[in-house]
Design a protein around this ligand. Structure first.
Ligand SMILES: [Zn+2]
Length: 221
């Protein structure tokens, strides 16, 4: 079985749920880059302090800092049997950085030990999901007008408050977000395809169907 699982997929593709399930099943760490960065910042680690400096100035945390945070994490004892990477790499440049990290650590080799699992789902489906999402400003319950509607249209089942649409869930913002994602990630998919480590997973399915397919990908080789 492979040791490094690189999860690729747009926001809302169900990737997060499946990552957690797989991490539990294999008892390996789920390394979510966003959370990892936030944890470093909270804990005031030397890298966290550097990252915070950029964020405070409204800048993106540079790749050199992100990759140091990742390297630091995957050198830890609990990653010796393998790990899941989620949110990194996100571009070809980052993928090449990951290869350098793996070379430095020397335990695993990308071509032999890694599989990149792409959650394939049509953008339109994701956009429809997002723009139909409603949340209750009072108790925080999340609804979806298509798949999980409230009993009374637009009002919370629990506290009867009028539901709202999150500002960043409007159609225009959603489209822009997916376009950015695609622009960065499409070349990355191609890159991993060329390396022969890409597996595509149909993600327009139920959680349990995706999970069954994911297990096939993970356990078949
Ligand atoms: Zn409510």
């Amino acid at each position: 079985m492979k040791k490094i699982f690189i999860f690729l997929g747009p926001p809302g593709s169900g990737k997060g749920t499946q990552t957690s399930k797989l991490a539990d099943k294999l008892s390996i760490p789920h390394i979510d880059t966003g959370s990892l960065l936030r944890k470093n910042i909270q804990d005031n680690t030397p890298l966290g302090v550097v990252a915070k400096g950029f964020i405070d100035k409204g800048q993106l945390v540079p790749l050199s800092v992100v990759s140091s945070v990742i390297e630091d994490r995957i050198r830890k004892e609990d990653c010796a049997q393998g790990y899941i990477l989620d949110g990194f790499p996100r571009s070809v440049e980052q993928a090449q950085e990951l290869e350098k990290i793996l070379d430095r650590i020397g335990t695993f080799n990308l071509k032999n030990d890694a599989v990149a699992i792409y959650f394939d789902i049509d953008n339109e489906i994701l956009i429809q999901r997002l723009i139909n999402r409603r949340s209750c400003p009072k108790c925080g319950t999340i609804y979806n007008l298509l798949s999980n509607p409230p009993k009374i249209m637009d009002y919370c089942d629990i506290c009867d408050t009028k539901l709202t649409l999150r500002a960043d869930d409007n159609e225009q913002t959603a489209r822009a977000r997916f376009e950015t994602y695609e622009k960065e990630t499409a070349p990355l998919e191609e890159y991993y395809k060329q390396l022969g480590i890409l597996k595509e997973l149909e993600a327009d399915k139920s959680i349990s169907e995706i999970w069954d397919n994911l297990k096939k990908v993970v356990f078949e080789d």
